[in-house]
Design a protein around this ligand. Structure first.
Ligand SMILES: NC(=O)c1ccc[n+]([C@@H]2O[C@H](COP(=O)([O-])OP(=O)(O)OC[C@H]3O[C@@H](n4cnc5c(N)ncnc54)[C@H](O)[C@@H]3O)[C@@H](O)[C@H]2O)c1
Length: 387
């Protein structure tokens, strides 16, 4: 069996999650080639060396540009803050490597376009990290909608509530910086927008509001910095065909850790996914006998369900990590010819919706969302430089 060399850029939470996915995928998926953690790239040599050892990489590097060009690297996996993504994507594509990039694709539409242009010009496989699609219950929800189990979808609803930004003493870092971190709309909202369009089709217009409650934060080295991202945002969504929706993201909700819910109401039924019970899907069918009024809980691990063959015997369930194992497994199973989905063009499309939400909140008006992402308006730049 050949192997596939992986370079990961970034040594934080997502580097760990992706390394976990590559390590576990061969145990649960039948793969044409074995992933090999070739090199971990970070800015601080000592920290990167330690992380590389802990996560099982064969090597570490502080010069990510040279590392991704190594002949033993086939895939460049980008796990750095969003403002750095376009630069890394473009360099990886220019080196002829396949690209996996964490969400959101970029912090500006121009950078998102540049990233897509780079991978498409180089004809390299590319994927965006919308890992929640690969949770069995979320995938089952989408499959049931596609199978007509709720009739014609009419309303889509998504919320994502956390308390990550609640404490004003939490020090300033990239997440509070619009240029490097994007926004809460793009951070949490990109997952929800991806799921919305995946389940219900293209969003055609948005009307949004945003608020930043803590407008400056202490810098770790002293002094304060202005917060340039939203703490909380919500939006009305208009889809085609009369379908309507709402989306709410907030990082200032006491005692809400990562409470993410998606609900779809159709002409004939309702489906509800609640991340706190991620192995289950609630389903109510309008046609059920009156005596069964209410919603049943489906265990999303029956052998016919999505990803069941890559999980454990029924009743054991999965957790957050399964989304990364399934992501790695699904992408590597398609090696080397693809296709890979969702790809960076999907990331660009989601970015367009997120940008419209931010425009709408700023201008206090409904904003249309362009129907498609084809073409690369203007920019050919690769995004800001970073080390
Ligand atoms: N899919 C998911 O479930 C999920 C969850 C969390 C984060 N993310 C995304 O993954 C990416 C990385 O997030 P994370 O949680 O791993 O972040 P993190 O802060 O834990 O790690 C970021 C890494 O990037 C490096 N880095 C490179 N350039 C940097 C710069 N200019 N400023 C700061 N750090 C820099 C840091 O040294 C660090 O190694 C982001 O795009 C984020 O939105 C995705």
């Amino acid at each position: 069996m050949t192997d596939i060399g992986i370079a990961v850029i970034g040594t934080g939470t997502m580097a760990r999650a992706h390394a976990y996915g590559y390590a576990a995928a061969p145990l649960l998926w039948s793969l044409p080639a074995r992933p090999r953690l070739a090199v971990l790239c970070g800015r601080d040599a000592a920290r990167t060396e330690r992380a590389a050892r802990d996560l099982g990489f064969g090597d570490h590097a502080t010069d990510w540009r040279r590392a991704i060009e190594r002949p033993d690297v086939d895939i460049v996996d980008i796990c750095t803050p969003p403002g750095t993504h376009a630069t890394a994507v473009s360099a990886a594509a220019a080196a002829g490597k396949a690209v996996i990039c964490e969400k959101p694709l970029a912090t500006t539409l121009a950078d998102a376009h540049a990233a897509v242009a780079a991978v498409e010009a180089a004809s390299v496989l590319n994927a965006i990290g919308f890992n929640y699609r690969r949770l069995p219950a979320v995938a089952l929800m989408r499959a049931m909608i596609g199978d007509g189990m709720i009739g014609t979808p009419r309303l889509w609803r998504g919320t994502w509530l956390s308390d990550e930004f609640l404490d004003p003493a939490t020090p300033f870092d990239w997440r509070f910086d619009r240029e490097l971190g994007g926004s809460t709309v793009a951070d949490l909202g990109s997952h929800l927008v991806d799921l919305a369009e995946w389940m219900a089709g293209p969003v055609t217009g948005v009307c949004a509001q945003s608020q930043t409650f803590t407008t400056s934060r202490p810098r770790p080295a002293g002094g304060h910095a202005a917060v340039t991202v939203d703490d909380a945002s919500s939006a009305l969504l208009e889809f085609g065909g009369g379908l309507r929706g709402t989306l709410e993201v907030a990082k200032t909700c006491p005692r809400r850790p990562c409470d993410f819910t998606v609900e779809v109401n159709g002409t004939d039924g309702t489906l509800v996914f609640d991340y706190a019970r991620l192995n289950e899907l609630r389903f109510g069918a309008a046609g059920d006998p009156d005596g069964l009024y209410g919603m049943r809980r489906i265990r999303a691990e029956e052998p016919g369900h999505p990803y069941a063959e890559h999980g454990w015997p029924i009743g054991q369930g999965v957790g957050y990590g399964a989304s990364f194992v399934n992501q790695a497994g699904e992408l590597l199973a398609a090696w080397p010819d693809g296709p890979w989905t969702p790809d960076l063009r999907t990331g660009l499309r989601v970015q367009q919706v997120c940008a419209a939400i931010e425009d709408s909140a700023r201008d206090r008006r409904w904003c249309p969302v362009p129907a498609e992402t084809a073409g690369t308006p203007g920019t050919g730049t690769a995004g800001p430089d970073f080390q």
